[in-house]
Write a protein that binds this ligand. Sequence first.
Ligand code: SAM
Ligand code: DTB
Ligand code: SF4
Length: 336
Amino acid sequence: MSAVIRHDYSLAEVSALLDLPFAELMHRAGKVHREYFDPNQVQVSTLLSIKTGGCPEDCGYCPQAARYNTGLKAHKLMEVDAVLAKAAQAKSAGATRFCMGAAWRSPKDRDLEKVAAMVSGVRAMGLEACATLGMLTAEQAKTLKSAGLDYYNHNLDTGPDEYADIIKTRDYQDRLDTLGHVREAGLKTCCGGIVGMGESRAERAALLQSLANLPEHPGSVPINRLVQVEGTPLHGTAQLDPFEFVRTIAVARLLMPASMVRLSAGRAEMSEELQALCFLAGANSIFYGEKLLTTGNPDIEADRALFAKLGIQGMPLAEESKTVHADVLCGDSCAV
Ligand code: SAM
Ligand code: DTB
Ligand code: SF4
């Protein structure tokens, strides 16, 4: 029988999974992974920072916060054509999803119109489209849905108890509200968190519990390992034990069996062996391309070589994503 989809996990249950002997945890996660997915397929997405740096928010991990001196060069919102040229490159390199990220607290309506045009262009190329633009109103979520957006990324980032120590300019409820607007607009959610920020195993359990107990499991669950950037308050945090990272992936797989679990930021600092353990633990999606938003990612050749060594194939585009709605292709001018 397939693992059941639940939304009522207790903290004790999640902690007990994280505490399992490593071999037992990996065995259980691998078994559940096979019930829902081909374990030899990994989905590949490419990220692009469409508006970089100068962000008014105070997130202790983030190189794009204006208040931290990280040496990052800020860049205003890119032009639609330039974004679509990057999407075309990502597609020809083999990505099936293109994710556009902006360093905003929340988008202005004027900017959203431009992002909507980017989304429609990306969809018309036959790629899935994802965006991460900060907090959204219900109306803004609907605008993005009408433009053809598939996924909206908005992370919980931490467990509820450590949240206020790390993110000072918006609260947990703000995040839950945006996720609610995204779901109500009919968009799929991409929602995960960051580990390696000095949290305890109990705090990682609380993050995983919060993700799994959302009203719907996120379609995609990015597990980021903190990329330490000089100038941010979290630079210099003690490194997370790699096995703790793998355990986090495995428990995400067990709690959210039908979701894509994304081995997200931090791969550039991981050995091939650690990444392989993450795939065995149930990770089945990655960011592909030499850059995340502002920091490095393994280059495409390295990822191709790793996939070849492990016999991993790129996951084909979901059937539902192959159809591009007529509105997306030709807007109001369409006769259908
Ligand atoms: N500004 C929007 C927001 O915060 O929702 C969207 C962009 S923001 C950069 C997207 C996500 O990137 C954050 O929620 C966080 O999970 C991740 N992130 C940012 N800096 C990171 C870092 N140094 N290491 C790992 N993940 C990071
Ligand atoms: C997510 O969870 N991780 C990605 C994506 N969603 C937008 C971002 C990682 C950012 C890492 C730091 C940087 O490159 O600026
Ligand atoms: Fe701004 Fe997003 Fe970075 Fe926070 S995580 S500082 S909101 S770009």
